[in-house]
Structure formats: structure tokens, C-alpha cells
Design a protein around this ligand. Structure first.
Ligand code: ADP
Ligand code: 5GP
Length: 188
């Protein structure tokens, strides 16, 4: 059986990656499996262990990194690590399914380096910085200090957009989902 494709969605926090992925998972014909990352941050809102993330302690994260359990990992925000587990990539792609990842810009580019043509990297752009700030605040799941840190990192993250295979603006959510859906169909 052919190995599945690896679809990477990266963007500054608050752009809408999780919202887009959530809708894409409703299309059975895309044959998608979500790559559940490990993180050392605490669950947010209604997030569940094993669904949005594997929530582990900083110590466990570091020992799994040392053990070589990750395809890639990054300290995305100071003191907070996120990583893609090798076991997640194997679980989904070896069954012939397409793997969809929500990972930071550096992680996305590292996945492309590792997997080459098997990976399709998509950068999701916010319509403007003002709208990005509005969405992050509107989500109302983070403290002000965390929101500030995320906004401060946005310009740096946006500077990587050109290195991705394609760019999609998340202006209207349904339109952006449709554009990503077509990209997956044409590339998978
Ligand atoms: P990310 O996963 O990139 O951090 P989210 O998917 O959590 O972003 O979206 C951040 C916030 O913006 C959420 O409250 C979400 O409902 C909202 N949102 C997402 N896409 C749009 C859109 N196209 N228009 C308006 N609000 C949006
Ligand atoms: P959040 O805390 O909003 O869920 O995610 C913060 C950032 O971490 C986002 O940019 C998200 O894409 C990124 N991220 C989530 N999982 C991974 C991962 O496995 N690896 C990397 N490098 N980044 C990740």
C-alpha cells in the first residue's frame, strides 16, 4: 500500500489552523488522520489528553526528546515545548492515510526537509495583523501575557511564509477550508 501524504499547516497562533483542520477532518474522502503532538503546556479550554495533544510534563518531554521519540520538536515559546512523535507519523501514514499536522513554522520546514515530496507544507496567513489580534483575544483562552508573547512572535513567523509550498489566506473560514481541501485532493 502507498504511504499517505503528510499535510503540514503552519501559521502564527490565532490565524485559524485548528479551526481549518477540525473542518477538514469531517471529509472522509480526504482520508485524514490528525497528528497528535506532545506538549509541555497545560490543556486549554475543553482540550483532552490524546485528542488535541498528549499533555506531558517538561521533564517527560525532555526525556522523550533524549530517547529520540520525536520526528521534530521545538521550544515554540520560552519554556513551552511541542513535538511530533514518530509513533504518530507511523500510525497514520503506514496505514495509507494522509497525516495532517498543526505545527509551528520551523517544525513545518523541518518536516519538509525530512519527508520531501511526501510532505505538502501550507502556510495559513491571517487577513491582517489587526484581525489576528482580534481572533487571539476573541478566543479568550489565554492570559494577556500569553497573548502578547504570541503576537510578538507573529512577524517573525510570517517571514517564513515564502518557504512553504503554498500559502492560503484565512479570510472567510469556509472559503479557506475549501481551498485547503482542493490542495489536498490535488496533491494526495
Ligand atoms: P490557531 O489554531 O491557528 O491558533 P484557531 O483555529 O484557534 O487558531 O482560531 C483562533 C480564533 O479565531 C478562534 O476563536 C476561531 O474561532 C477564530 N477564527 C478562525 N478562523 C476564522 C475566520 N476565518 N474568521 C473569523 N474568526 C476565525
Ligand atoms: P497552541 O499552544 O496554540 O496549541 O500551539 C502553539 C504553537 O505550537 C502553534 O504554532 C502550533 O502549530 C505549534 N505546535 C503544535 N504542535 C507542534 C509540534 O508537534 N511541533 C512543533 N514544532 N510545533 C507544534
Amino acid at each position: 500500500m502507498n504511504k499517505g501524504k503528510i499535510i503540514v499547516l503552519s501559521a502564527p497562533s490565532g490565524t485559524g489552523k485548528s479551526s481549518i483542520i477540525k473542518r477538514l477532518l469531517d471529509y472522509p474522502e480526504l482520508n485524514l488522520g490528525f497528528s497528535v503532538s506532545a506538549t509541555s503546556r497545560a490543556p486549554r479550554g475543553a482540550e483532552e489528553h490524546g485528542r488535541e495533544y498528549y499533555f506531558i510534563s517538561h521533564e517527560e518531554f525532555k526525556s522523550r526528546a533524549t530517547a529520540g521519540d520525536f520526528v521534530e520538536w521545538e521550544e515554540v515559546y520560552p519554556g513551552t515545548c511541542y513535538g511530533t512523535l514518530k509513533s504518530e507519523v507511523q500510525r497514520v501514514t503506514e496505514a495509507g492515510r494522509n497525516l495532517i499536522m498543526d505545527i509551528d513554522v520551523k517544525g513545518g520546514l523541518n518536516v519538509k526537509k525530512c519527508y520531501g515530496e511526501q510532505a505538502l507544507t501550507i502556510f495559513i496567513l491571517p487577513p491582517s495583523k489587526e484581525e489576528l489580534e482580534k481572533r487571539l483575544r476573541g478566543r479568550a483562552t489565554e492570559a494577556e501575557e500569553v497573548i502578547r508573547k504570541r503576537l510578538d512572535k507573529a512577524d517573525f513567523e510570517l517571514s517564513f511564509a515564502d518557504q512553504f509550498d503554498v500559502r492560503v489566506v484565512n479570510d472567510d473560514l469556509e472559503r479557506a477550508v475549501e481551498e485547503v481541501r482542493r490542495l489536498i485532493i490535488h496533491n494526495a
